[in-house]
Design a protein around this ligand. Sequence first.
Ligand SMILES: [Zn+2]
Length: 183
Amino acid sequence: MRIPLRTNGTYETLKSKIDLAELVGQFAELEDCSNTKDCFCPINEQSSKNPAFKIYGDSFYCFSCEARGDVTSFWKLMHDFPTNWDAAQDLARKYSIELPQMDPEARKRYEERRQREEGWAGAAQANHERLLGGSASARKAREYLTQTGDSLRGTGGVSSSAWTQPGSASRFLIGAAAKSTDR
Ligand SMILES: [Zn+2]
């Protein structure tokens, strides 16, 4: 999930300096898949028999417990830190990373922003996973997108298959919102 962010804040610093897969790999055995590294969820016990925890570059999503986020979110959930901020300080100590200084007012705004972004990112990621899933409504949504793509061709719109090409749907985070009957 790539939302443009300021690059010098606490969480961006950790995200850029710590390899999420390396960090998760300290707790679970990773499997290399085409676009992801997968493992059994190290945060919560899984009920399913296949690795449900997927790492997409610098973010993760778990199909079992629906945990998601970046290195800091992972660390917070792994060790039950009360806030992202606490998890970030601990991670920074572990990796000897110097975090940028923030005055209390700036930090408060920064934290609020992070919370908003976590909400958006979570919704976008979940919808995207759902679109790629096997439910009837996901198939319908994919058909619809292909048709829409066709009708936009020649008008400078997306090409019909753009969203199905590897990485493309992920890049644009095209998603399908859940119907309440999907769950
Ligand atoms: Zn999980």
